[in-house]
Design a protein around this ligand. Structure first.
Ligand code: PMP
Length: 404
């Protein structure tokens, strides 16, 4: 059993008032709040060991380098990668995906196929479209059903020897649906395709095991899992990272530079050009420690309780429709109220201290599928409570009365 009040005390922002009301933060899908240990670790880095890494012989540089590499090691353990050099620091999921699509530009050719899903965030659609435009490959899309679940038989039917890459998110940001990624990875591998999993929405809720999943790439962002903004990880299997060309050229990613020819550094440095977000990378390790101390099993169990409670309470509201009614779901609820624009509901409940996301959630194809401009999305974290859900439900009812 989690002591939620004790956990809430770790997050200074949660005791704030917004618009004169206690803050109810249900926009965790966009970014999570940060516990004091994470904030302190960021300050401590700048106060005590700030120096550039992998360069200096001086003590501070070595301390900073050690802390950065220790953090890489923590991520490696956390996701169960085989090697620490398969863990690349990035600025976020978007960067990680673009790194991979850039690499595949030298591998794909006309006639090849890339499969994405209808549930993707724009950052896992647009880079693949750009790649297809560049290479002449074709983009194929796995459709969804009315519950917002991928239609798996359609995925099976799309697979062929032409399929070179398959990419899906682990959990949908817009609907909270958890995708059957193990099945998708195994099926894609059976036709020789590489698989990238967009884990942006999964890592706040679960601990991915990349070896068990056997995915080729797994991308995620630090800021959605209690870490700093501008941090992220791209996991890639060693053989793939050796095969792909570097994404950016610059310092740190080379072995030798002459005007005739440059040779690249070994992994992971080949993909880490320039001075990275050193503080952020180190502090991401602190965030991972924090989450592991709470325990992902505890997090999942409690968040599931919140999801069930919120689903039941919101369903009491007449004219409210929930999108993404599939069985396998994370603690995200997307909904609309008949005849009312989601933006209007979001604006009114904001005045009552409730922070939700409204709009298309960077997933316009899903909104097009349901023929709606957007939804109201409440995404819960382990520091939220049932009382806060009650406050949201009351606020939504008030908004409905005002707007009807
Ligand atoms: N994929 C998914 C599923 C997401 O939810 C997000 C963030 N909303 C991203 C990718 C992009 O993450 P970032 O903006 O941190 O790069």
């Amino acid at each position: 059993m989690l002591d939620i009040q004790k956990i809430r005390a770790d997050f200074p922002i949660l005791s704030q008032t917004v618009n004169g009301k206690p803050l109810v933060y249900f926009d965790n899908g966009a970014t999570s709040q940060k516990p004091q240990v994470v904030i302190d670790a960021e300050v401590k880095y700048y106060q005590e060991i700030n120096a550039n890494i992998h360069r200096g012989v001086h003590t501070l540089s070595q301390l900073a380098t050690d802390a950065y590499e220790i953090s890489r090691g923590k991520v490696k353990e956390h996701i169960n990668a085989k090697h620490a050099h398969e863990v690349l620091f990035t600025s976020g999921t978007t960067f990680g995906i673009n790194l991979v699509t850039n690499g595949f530009a030298s591998i794909l050719k006309s006639g090849d196929e890339v499969i994405v899903s209808s549930l993707e965030h724009h950052s896992n659609i647009v880079p693949w479209q750009m790649l297809c435009e560049k290479t002449g490959a074709t983009l194929k899309v796995i459709p969804i059903n009315e519950n917002g679940e991928l239609i798996i038989e359609e995925f099976d039917a799309l697979l062929s020897e032409k399929t070179k890459v398959v990419t899906v998110n682990h959990i949908s940001n817009a609907l909270g649906i958890i995708n059957p990624i193990k099945y998708i990875i195994d099926k894609a591998h059976a036709v020789g395709a590489a698989v990238l999993i967009d884990g942006a929405q999964a890592v706040p809720h679960l601990k991915p095991d990349v070896q068990e999943l056997d995915c080729d790439f797994y991308a995620f962002s630090g800021h959605k899992m209690c870490g700093p903004t501008g941090t992220g990880i791209l996991y890639g299997k060693e053989e793939w990272l050796n095969k792909l060309p570097p994404y950016q050229g610059g310092g740190e990613m080379i072995k030798e530079v002459t005007f005739e020819k440059t040779t690249y550094a070994d992994l992971p440095h080949k993909f880490e050009a320039g001075t990275p977000n050193i503080a952020g990378g180190i502090v991401l390790g602190t965030a991972i420690d924090y989450l592991n101390n709470i325990g992902f099993e505890n997090i999942q169990e409690y968040e599931h309780e919140l999801l069930e409670y919120a689903t039941k309470r919101l369903s009491e509201i007449e004219g409210l429709r929930i999108y993404g009614t599939g069985k396998n779901k994370a603690s995200v609820i997307s909904f609309n109220i008949d005849g009312i624009h989601p933006y209007d509901v979001g604006s009114i409940i904001d005045k009552l201290g409730i922070a939700v996301r409204t709009g298309h959630h960077c997933a316009q194809p899903i909104m097009n599928f349901f023929c709606i401009p957007g939804t109201i999305r409440a995404s819960f974290s382990f520091y939220n409570t049932k009382e806060e859900i009650d406050q949201m439900v009351d606020a939504v009812k008030k908004a409905q009365t005002m707007l009807s």
